[in-house]
Every structure is written in structure tokens, then in C-alpha cells.
Design a protein around this ligand. Structure first.
Ligand code: NDP
Length: 419
């Protein structure tokens, strides 16, 4: 039925591609296009005997507009699933508009070099005017709305778990349980243990940039900044147990604040162990998280890229990670004049994910929603030309697909609230 190009062949893409191959009646033809073709070939060879999906592979530099356009013109896909890095979102979106191809990604655009003077000018202005300090933000991609509308194709932004499923949970809660939502806490708990003193569960560069940036929450239609990792709460997670979690800035807060102006406060918490935090602080203190190139013996080295080369590849953590993730949303609000509290979440087991697709649960909980989101567009359920965040679509068919494809919801109508 549909021809799809997947950009990237890392941890998340491996799951996304494996899940597409489980639905060959929708994903009839799939091209894996990434920087290192050998990885694409190895994955294609592994999956080919298990699926009716016809898989091809190619090398592409997703940051090069001419290469991207040439790829789209030759393969003629219905959709691009961008499961590579967010640095390339804008180039890939531009190529999709020009070739009239649907688009989906899992992370908001951020520039590779945050010290680029052009970006810095924009960033400083935004910090002053809006109190918004994250490097990743949506306006760059929202600026493509008209172009996608005119091209008659759909772009789905941030369709992993968080961002992604968490926003579908908001739309689902509002549709089924609330007249008005007053507060929203998004809780991301990874109770998995990979046995390393320090490793990240997804791309180290993106992960460390996100976690070390200033935290913020949304209240009374304004951003409130807090220093990174200074607001700590404890929560007892179903399937995992008691964990420390920390307030973070996260990209879905930005779109939810806009699309659900009724919500008075939106916060995002993520769990971290002490070992992770101590290593991260130390690396930050010595300058290893810097994105600014230094000259070392005549060679340009970007510290965070060098660090990435030293750290375990998240795609290899699957075999050794044990435990579960628990990610979801807690709401307070009103229905028929009565106060309602509601918690919707998913629990995903690292080892079950590994048994199914050879990856740990962080990649699984990102790649699976990406496949389900693509299926929504390709089967006409989320087909509206323009650029949208996940909460702007009907959540029901998506949640139904997630229930069937490995990430079922759990609900609690009397949850413990985060103070
Ligand atoms: P990886 O680093 O494992 O994979 C990235 C892939 O992109 C690699 O295959 C890499 O190629 C490829 N790539 C990098 N640069 C280029 C380029 N210029 N051209 C073509 N391909 C390129 O990352 P993850 O799989 O861990 O993460 C993927 C994305 O998912 C990230 O954007 C991350 O932020 C997002 N994510 C979203 C989550 C959510 O819940 N929404 C949760 C977790 C992650 P090579 O193999 O050569 O390195």
C-alpha cells in the first residue's frame, strides 16, 4: 500500500523499521537511508526473511538538501519517517515539501552548533522575551505549516513516546474524561539497569544536551525557569517502584501550552540515578558537554561528539538492560462540575522489547509510536495537510494501534498526585 523512507539506522530507527516490517500490508516498500550504509544492509538482511515488506537500503547525508531531494525523487515515497537526528529536521522537511511527501519525526529541531551566531541572536532574544532557554523548540518547524498545506501533505512532529504518546494521552484524557484540564504532570521513569556506570539510553549528544539545559515549567501561560536538576520529587511507579525524578524542560510542554491554553500548569519529570547525575555534572564541569569545537593538535574536535564516540552505543544496550519503563501523564481537572484525577501510562519491559526487536525499551517506546503515527497518516486517519503536533490529531485510533502493537495503556482513576 505505501512506500516509506526511514532516515537513520540507530537505536530508534531499528525499532521503527522492525515494527513497520510487522505490518507489511501498510508498509509494503521500505527504504532504509542513513549515513552508514553497512548498518542499513545488516538490518535489512536480518529482517528480510521475517517480513513481506520489500526492503532496500541507501546511503544519504540527511543534512544535504540536494541529496535528500534526489533520494525522494528516485524512490518516490508516500512518507519519510525521520528517525535520525533533530539537526536535520528542517532540511528533510524542505525536501518533503518540494517533493510532496508526508513527514514524521520524533524530536524537535535543534541546531547542531548552538554557538552559531545566527542561532545565538534568535536564542538570546527568545530567552529575554519568553523566558525560554531550551535549544530545541518548535517554531522553526511550525514555520513550515503553510508550505505543507500548499503541498497537500502532512507533517507529524515529535511522534515518539515523549514527545508523542504523552500528547496523545492529553488529547485522550480531554476527549473522554475532562471538560477542563487544570494541571498536567508528565512522568518519565526508566527503571532499567544496563550495568554501566554511565551510558545514555538514546543518542548521547541529544540526551546530554537536553538533560543539562536549564529546566522550566509552564504556569499561568508563562515559562518559569529553574536550574537543571534542582527540583527533585519521589514517586512510586507501577511496575518499577520508588524513584527520584527531576523537573526538566521538555519539548511537548511548548506545544501543549499553546494547544491547551486551559491547562494552568504543565510540568515534566524524568527519573535519574545518582551515578548518572554525578557523571553528567563532572563531564559538564570539565567541558565535555560543550558543542563548541576546540583545536587539539591541529584537529578540530567538538567535545560532546568526542564523548559520544567513547560512550556505549545506545543501540547495543538491549542485551544487558533489565527492568521496566513507566511513562505517562497525571491530570487534575473537572468533569460535570466534579473534580477528577486521572493517570494514563504505559509500562514497557526492557527484556521483552529485546526479545521482540533486539532493542531496549527506550528505543522501543520511541520507534513503536513512530510506526503507529506513520500508519495513522498512511491509512488516512491523521491525514490533514499542514504541520501538527500529536495532540492535534484524534487520539483514539492511535491509542488503539499502540494497544495492539506493544504499548498498551494502563489507567488509574485515583492516582497519587505529585506535590
Ligand atoms: P542514534 O544516534 O542511535 O541514531 C541516529 C541515526 O541517525 C544513526 O543511524 C546515524 O548514522 C544517523 N545519522 C546521523 N547523522 C546523519 C546524517 N547526516 N545523515 C543520515 N543519517 C544520519 O540515535 P537514537 O536512535 O537513539 O535517537 C534517534 C532520535 O530519536 C533522536 O532524535 C532522539 O532525540 C529521538 N528520541 C526521541 C524520543 C521520544 O520519546 N520522542 C526518545 C528517544 C530518542 P550512523 O549510524 O552513521 O551514526
Amino acid at each position: 500500500m505505501a512506500r516509506v523512507i526511514v532516515i537513520g539506522c540507530g537505536g530508534v530507527a531499528t525499532v521503527g523499521i522492525s515494527k513497520c516490517c510487522q505490518v507489511p500490508e501498510v508498509f509494503t516498500d521500505l527504504c532504509i537511508a542513513s549515513r552508514t550504509k553497512e548498518k542499513c544492509d545488516a538490518l535489512a538482511a536480518k529482517l528480510a526473511p521475517t517480513t513481506k515488506t520489500r526492503i532496500t537500503t541507501t546511503k544519504v547525508d540527511a543534512g544535504n538538501l540536494d541529496e535528500m531531494i534526489a533520494l525522494l525523487q528516485s524512490y518516490k515515497p508516500d512518507m519519510v519517517l525521520h528517525l535520525g537526528l533533530p539537526y536535520h529536521n528542517l532540511v528533510i522537511m524542505e525536501a518533503c515539501v518540494r517533493c510532496k511527501v508526508n513527514y514524521l519525526d520524533t524530536a524537535a529541531y535543534e541546531p547542531e552548533d548552538v554557538n552559531d551566531p545566527e542561532f545565538r541572536k534568535y536564542y538570546d532574544k527568545r530567552c529575554q522575551e519568553k523566558g525560554f532557554y531550551a535549544y530545541f523548540d518548535y517554531p522553526f518547524q511550525w514555520a513550515y505549516r503553510k508550505k505543507f498545506e500548499e503541498a497537500g501533505v502532512t507533517a507529524v512532529l515529535g511522534c515518539g513516546f515523549d514527545p508523542g504518546v504523552t500528547q496523545a494521552y492529553v488529547a485522550y484524557a480531554k476527549k473522554h474524561y475532562f471538560d477542563t484540564i487544570d494541571t498536567l504532570d508528565i512522568l518519565d521513569c526508566n527503571g532499567g539497569d544496563h550495568g554501566y556506570k554511565f551510558a545514555t539510553n538514546f543518542n548521547p549528544e541529544i540526551n546530554l544536551r537536553e538533560v543539562s539545559s536549564p529546566a522550566a515549567y509552564w504556569e499561568d501561560h508563562k515559562w518559569h525557569r529553574v536550574e537543571a536538576m534542582t527540583v527533585k520529587k519521589e514517586y512510586n511507579f507501577d511496575g518499577v517502584g520508588e524513584k527520584d525524578m527531576y523537573l526538566l524542560h521538555h519539548e511537548e510542554i511548548e506545544s501543549l501550552g499553546l494547544n491547551y491554553p486551559e491547562i494552568k500548569r504543565i510540568r515534566f519529570f524524568m527519573t535519574f540515578g545518582q551515578s548518572y547525575l554525578e557523571h553528567m555534572r563532572c563531564l559538564e564541569d570539565v567541558g565535555m558537554l560543550s558543542t563548541k569545537a576546540i583545536n587539539y593538535h591541529g584537529m578540530e574536535i567538538v567535545p560532546i561528539q568526542f564523548l559520544k564516540a567513547l560512550l556505549p552505543d545506545p543501540a547495543t544496550l538491549g542485551a544487558r538492560t533489565k527492568g521496566k519503563t513507566n511513562i505517562g501523564c497525571i491530570f487534575t481537572g473537572k468533569k460535570d462540575g466534579k473534580e477528577v484525577h486521572y493517570y494514563i501510562y504505559n509500562v514497557c519491559d526492557h527484556q521483552e522489547s529485546y526479545r521482540e526487536v533486539g532493542s531496549q525499551a527506550i528505543s522501543y517506546t520511541t520507534g513503536t509510536p513512530a510506526m503507529c503515527g506513520a500508519m495513522m497518516v498512511l491509512t488516512g486517519k491523521w491525514n490533514k495537510p499542514g504541520v501538527y503536533n500529536v495532540e492535534e490529531f484524534d487520539p483514539d485510533p492511535f491509542i488503539d494501534a499502540m494497544n495492539r502493537h506493544g504499548l498498551p495503556i494502563r489507567e488509574n482513576f485515583n492516582p497519587v498526585l505529585v506535590d
